[in-house]
Design a protein around this ligand. Structure first.
Ligand code: ADP
Ligand code: MG
Length: 221
């Protein structure tokens, strides 16, 4: 589903944020990306998600090389293929929970009902509330609903629990794990929460811009 070959990226000349990264992610995998702050995790996610451009190498998504794609084609591809979840929720404060998900819904699969999506993230009973009436964990669950409303092939999550307390973080990760179990979505998550690493199919550790570990978990079912 995602194949990187010899991908490098520098923001400052001579200081690589990513240096010759090659990796393979299969369709439907639940991938954890771990590593110290500043090691290059967000850079890696942003390159795979077409939000930033590589200096060299190739990045194939579902067979399509996105390096060198025009910005117009890339933004269409991104819209149709990816969902993004960040540490901060970026909900529209003037819209209620239902409407926040609805604004993304037109982009995607109309057969998915907004009420069903809200149910999946445990927010159906709060659908009339506004973001400032919700806890951080609840807001993050709405942003997950918004990301999956377009039924993306790949869901990128960059430290989705980074601003949450332990219990809310656990709830959010459970929602993400549930999406993984019930759909064929490929999920790539940057997290410091090693305690839940046994949920993953595949762990990639980034250290100083290189892949330090690339390990598949054989889960006993
Ligand atoms: P992580 O997500 O693992 O904390 P990042 O990918 O954000 O790491 O950053 C990797 C390196 O690239 C760091 O040294 C960081 O300072 C640098 N970097 C990231 N984004 C930018 C940017 N937009 N401009 C300049 N330097 C950046
Ligand atoms: Mg980061």
């Amino acid at each position: 589903m995602i194949k990187l070959e010899h991908v490098s990226k520098s923001y400052t000349a001579g200081i690589p944020a990513l240096n010759d990264v090659s990796l393979d992610i299969e369709e439907g995998e639940f991938v954890f990306i771990v590593g110290d702050s500043g090691s290059g995790k967000s850079t890696l996610l942003n390159l795979m998600g077409g939000l930033d451009t590589a200096d060299s190498g190739s990045i194939k998504i579902d067979g399509t090389d996105i390096v060198g794609m025009s910005e117009k084609d890339l933004s269409k591809f991104r819209r149709n293929t990816f969902g993004f979840i960040y540490q901060f929720y970026n909900l529209v404060s003037d819209l209620n929970v239902y409407e926040n998900v609805e604004v993304c819904h037109w982009l995607g699969d109309k057969s998915i009902k907004i009420d069903d999506i809200l149910d999946r993230v445990g927010m159906a009973e709060h659908k009339k509330k506004f973001p400032d009436e919700l806890s951080g964990g609840m807001q993050q669950r709405v942003s997950i609903a918004r990301a999956i409303a377009k039924n993306p092939k790949i869901l990128f999550c960059d430290e989705p629990t980074g601003a949450l307390d332990y219990k809310s973080a656990h709830d959010v990760l459970e929602v993400i794990e549930d999406i993984h179990k019930k759909s064929n979505t490929t999920i790539i998550i940057v997290t410091h929460n090693i305690a839940i690493a046994d949920m993953s199919d595949h762990i990639i550790e980034i250290r100083d811009g290189v892949v330090a570990l690339d390990q598949h978990n054989d889960k006993v079912l």
